[in-house]
Write a protein of this length. Sequence first.
Lengths: 339, 339
Amino acid sequence: MGIQLPTIKQIAKQLNVSASAVSRALADHPRIGLGTKERVKKLAEELGYEPNAQAIFFKQKKTHIIGVVLPFIREEFFSQAISGIETVALDHNYTILFGQSYDEVEKEKNVVETMKKQRVDGLIISLSKNTNNYEHLEAFNKYKIPVVYFDRVPELTDTNKVQTDLFKGTVDIVNWLSTNGCRRIALINGPEKMAASADRLKGYMQGILKQKRKIDMQLVEATDFSKERTYAAMNSLLALKNPPDAVISFNDYVHMDAVQYAKQKKIKINKDILFASYANLPITDYTSHPPRVSLEQYPFMQGEKAMQMMIEILNQNKTDNDSKINSKNEIIPTTVVTR
Amino acid sequence: MGIQLPTIKQIAKQLNVSASAVSRALADHPRIGLGTKERVKKLAEELGYEPNAQAIFFKQKKTHIIGVVLPFIREEFFSQAISGIETVALDHNYTILFGQSYDEVEKEKNVVETMKKQRVDGLIISLSKNTNNYEHLEAFNKYKIPVVYFDRVPELTDTNKVQTDLFKGTVDIVNWLSTNGCRRIALINGPEKMAASADRLKGYMQGILKQKRKIDMQLVEATDFSKERTYAAMNSLLALKNPPDAVISFNDYVHMDAVQYAKQKKIKINKDILFASYANLPITDYTSHPPRVSLEQYPFMQGEKAMQMMIEILNQNKTDNDSKINSKNEIIPTTVVTR
DNA sequence: TTGTAGGCGTTATCAT
DNA sequence: ATGATAACGCCTACAA
């Protein structure tokens, strides 16, 4: 015996008043009789009336829905990030439409397209590893739907970004390793296309140079994040005449695979080779060999900041009717964590 | 220079035809001139027209949005589950509104309320550990908004559920442990209120009885999933005159904490005590001591099934206008995985 | 203080 | 083959 959620009209009819009277009563509008107001509120309560957000937003041309697109929710980094986004969103009566790209450009395009159709008020996205063309996202600018990138950001100026200072962070990691006696520091980087990879590489080189040592590109490998490619990278590194005494992995997941391979090769983890990584995920606490050094990237905070930025932009758009909005860029400081 | 997304009206004006003509042209309606159709489609393409899903769904009183509420997205079990939900949803042009309860009843109520305001077409939820009152969810029935529970389901008949057979699974675990020589099998269960805890306990007792041994309730502890409570549970077990030779943990996260504590107490993991668990999460591959036995619960599949069930219900509602819908209950078989 | 009317984008139903 | 109109739920300017 399903009935539909009560509407203002129904309340109006039952009370023999107009819909606008009900609307005003519910909104505590000043221009409404006290008696009417009470009767309306009472009935609304009884019927369990709830405003139809869809209708309101439809009229206002706002949905109060923010699309969030992530590569993989199962990575703790991203699940923390979306939690930060959600927390801030709830505080401001926004709601999260969820989608994953699974690190594939095609899927990313699809999800993003679906979200456009749903008329999200804004889009928060962390790019797939292969996204190097941003047309599907720049389309949003045309329609004044703000896009905020976080962590995996594009190489565009003039967009809104929340990111960590990976360059500095990587320099810090190299410094720490050098201070702790490492002389042959390797890097297992991510796909070349990613800005995040470029930043790491630059930081790595800068760090090495700062130590007045020469850069040896044999020590720089790349992975596509698959276990196979990470294994291959480790294999190459271990096969060097002069193998590394430290390995910096792109993130904690790459790190886990790198360690797994090294163990198979009887390497003594964090003895023969020091392992460093990015993200400092809580889950690494339970792993057999957490990285000796990890760069905390505060994913929850990145999510919060991204959503806060989104809300600022949306509020700005509301007032400044059509003025050009400056793009925002928030850089979250990182912390080198050791254990 | 933001413009708004083009509408049917705009196209109509530019082409000097009526809005309905444009609508029909776009929909490949038979009653429309070929020439008009082509001109409309061409312009729509040029302008990048996209139907406003909000408007359509508003008219149809459908949103094509399914609310999904989980305790903790950062648990791999739930991130896998939501991926299953998302996959099926996308295939059927549904979209996911995301929310977490953080295992708190109050937050659960809030999110669920927000989703009702957003007029989701349906709700898929895995309950918070403390939810033992279902009013906030039964409210949905009244308005014919289907609710599908998965994994953490309520103790209600007459609702739609997707779950695993935890009773049988637990019997299987106990069997396996017994076959492998364990005589003092302990259980670290979840909160009493949870149906999932009750099922485990029943299965545990059944399993022990099947071995013609007596049930010793000293071997049954409970945790609220906090590290502290799990530590305390392990502490009690290890302090027994006759300590266990096997520990079954409520899930892999509890397992990790249980192992962590046991290790501090110099227990040889999976030697002195065999550890068993539920979920068989991929992440345990990287942990120092994966459970010797784990009950695979196929979270991705549970998500898929839940969403499929939701779609069936929605389609049924579309045809059978007001007939009572039978509640569905899907039980996913589990598998004992060893390593 | 309260009612009426119009409009948001779309489509179904009539009418032309 | 095409156009005009009404309707979905809500809000708001305007009218009474």
